[in-house]
Design a protein around this ligand. Structure first.
Ligand SMILES: [Zn+2]
Ligand SMILES: [Zn+2]
Length: 189
């Protein structure tokens, strides 16, 4: 059993590969890259130039064969939202999760691209959403990866680490929940 990363719509393969080793280390299980799936047309909201996250997740759940996988993480460049929210970095339900790379790039904020920061943010969001699929709720500790982030500054502040309490929960699920060595060090906001 493994975690499968599924590109939804056009995604640079290197931007999927960069997630594999960090996720393997955190969740102590194999991580593979699966075949891509299209962005569901019905999920597109033209006036908002966004996709409905719930509908994208649903279509992912319907299109991935689960026999060999115990978790699915969809990765998309589409900007995601939920009714009542301007945007979401990702969502999760049961064994399925999705993250959007759209707002993780510095260029989205009118700044020069920073590949290391982008990679760190993508790992943080991937660990967060997969954390939900392993039964973790949002955590009050602002530096824990399970803290709910409203802004990319909050994503940068928390980093990809679980706090001790969340790590113990993962351990009780039979996961290593090992600390993730991160070369870049935490980014202060
Ligand atoms: Zn969350
Ligand atoms: Zn926590």
């Amino acid at each position: 059993m493994n975690i499968v990363l599924v590109p939804i719509g056009a995604v640079d393969p290197a931007e999927l590969r960069m997630l594999v080793n960090p996720l393997r280390a955190v969740f102590s299980r194999d991580v593979v890259i699966g075949e891509g799936v299209p962005l569901p047309k019905a999920a597109r909201n033209d006036p908002r130039s966004q996709h409905d996250a719930e509908m994208v997740l649903e279509s992912l759940a319907l299109s991935v064969e689960m026999e060999r996988h115990d978790r699915v993480l969809g990765v998309t460049n589409a900007d995601l939202y939920l009714p009542g929210m301007n945007f979401v970095f990702g969502i999760a339900r049961e064994r399925w999760a999705i993250i959007s790379l759209h707002r993780l790039r510095e260029s989205f904020y009118g700044l020069p691209d920073d590949p290391d920061l982008f990679r760190r943010r993508a790992v943080v969001e991937a660990v967060h959403e997969l954390g939900h699929t392993f039964g973790l709720a949002h955590c009050k500790r602002s530096r824990c990866v399970m803290f709910f982030s409203n802004t990319v500054a909050e994503t940068d502040r928390k980093g990809p680490e679980f706090c001790m309490r969340c790590r113990l929960h993962l351990a009780s699920e039979g996961l290593g929940g090992r600390a993730l060595a991160w070369g870049g060090g935490p980014v202060e906001s």
